[in-house]
Design a protein around this ligand. Sequence first.
Ligand code: FAD
Ligand code: DLZ
Length: 513
Amino acid sequence: MHDHGNLILILGDQLTPHISALAGADRQRDTLVMAEVHDEASYTNHHRKKLVLLFSAMRHFARALQEDGWQVHYHAYDPASDRRSLEDVIRRQLAVTGARRVITTECGEWRLDNEIRQWAQRLDVAVEIRLDDRFLASKEEFANWAKGRKQLRMEFFYREMRRKTGFLMTPDGTPEGGQWNFDADNRKKWTGRPPTPAPFRVEPDAITREVIELVNRQFAGHFGTTDDFHFAVTATDARAALAHFIDFALPCFGDFQDAMSETEDWLFHSILSPSINCGLLDPREVCEAAVQAWYAGRAPLNAVEGFVRQIIGWREFVRGIYWLHMPGYAAENRLGYNRDLPWFYWTGDTRMRCMHKAIDATRRNAYAHHIQRLMVTGNFALLAGIRPEAICDWYLAVYADAYDWVELPNVLGMVMHADGGYLGSKPYAASGKYIQRMSDHCANCHYKVSHSTEEDACPFNALYWHFIHRHRKQFAANPRMTMMYRNWDRQTPERRQALLGRAEDLLERLEQL
Ligand code: FAD
Ligand code: DLZ
């Protein structure tokens, strides 16, 4: 029988030359398939910068593969095309090439993974799905680690990953610096010094400019702006962005990891997640560079350990949780929330300064740093009892680094506590005091953070106590919440009534805040 070669599908977040789907492939016989399609571009209201990033990075990657001698079938976005899904594109290419086998690397999202697993039957073809070895822990390895444990705690999984990689480990198997975790050193407020580095920028080339034009034309209704697009779209640029971070931001990354600022969007964060998640940067390479900076005396241990923990700890842990619990995970709502997402999440049009600043940065940059996501927009959604599905969809749409496998556990689990608490032993609920401690927003806010029940009081304050009160059954026995319940019970009945009344009033008119 004539050998037609295989189709090798490379998804938009698999832009990695050593992706497992390519192992053993034949440049002469096999056809690589990459496709910009309606269904992937439209399953959520993707930020326009996320669309530009993916389409441009896909086009650059395809060109590099072609220059390297591969045969690539690239399906560029065409609104008039009858191929609206990846399945449509694969079906057509099977007919064109006569291939009998599709090879791909496992997909990051349950939704698409589930579709691809049906292709063998639907398209009557052999479908080979390979492990995604860009992650340190396979799904199976994580499931084995989780098996039989009463509680899954990131910290213990992280230590396993430290041992596995050897990152920041001494030759005798102990953690460098004598501690696994230096988080306690990483909670400084930033008051303007030291100055923050300018973010790394790549000026759009001809391919990116063409994609920007396409996205503005075809996705005009999508969230955000393409203005000032400067993300890396090639592995070379992403490596330069990594070097920029290591040289200029990493030294202060730890100290100011939890800080927020009126004037600085990026502070000392790496802004590498968009590149890591679509495959332009390998997470191991990123950690290696940070660890080397510590050995060379160019960054302190609290910064480097904190940074490495985010990648080999949190990033791997959330992925493990996702695959352990999908598809049921997405429907979890253990706190029983059903309020709609206020419209200001899409406009930034609110008098709460911290919310306005976080949403406005999100709209401009397709980026907000971790504490803005967790303690501002996330915290508010938790306190206000927003329907998990609605807030999850918002986070999936608005960030350039958002994919279901990483967004869902962070939002549904870490922020909304809707899964009962895999990602934190207590909910990350906080009053305005926390935001005041970590930022300079409150001084510029319409609301007064020192007030709780008055008309001009910071909404986070009364909503926080409402949260504590309404979840007594779930959380009062949690040792990490005891103090909060003691503080609540210590207030006079009149004060408690006033706080709850104010919160009820706020919940009635969320849209007007
Ligand atoms: P840095 O602060 O420089 O951190 C370094 C790296 O650590 C990041 O690039 C990222 O790869 C990794 N990392 C840090 N925290 C986490 C985490 N909790 N989970 C997974 N990886 C982590 N991250 C995403 O990549 N995609 C998402 O869709 C996403 N949604 C989030 C939603 C919420 C509500 C919260 C609280 C966090 C979310 N995160 C998400 C995690 C984190 O906020 C981002 O990874 C980080 O802000 C990206 O910016 P950075 O590259 O400058 O990160
Ligand atoms: C997020 C995204 C977008 C916007 N567009 C495409 C696309 O056109 N083609 C493609 O192959 N992938 C795209 N992606 C990524 C996928 O939707 C999906 O999120 C990941 O492949 C999950 O691992």
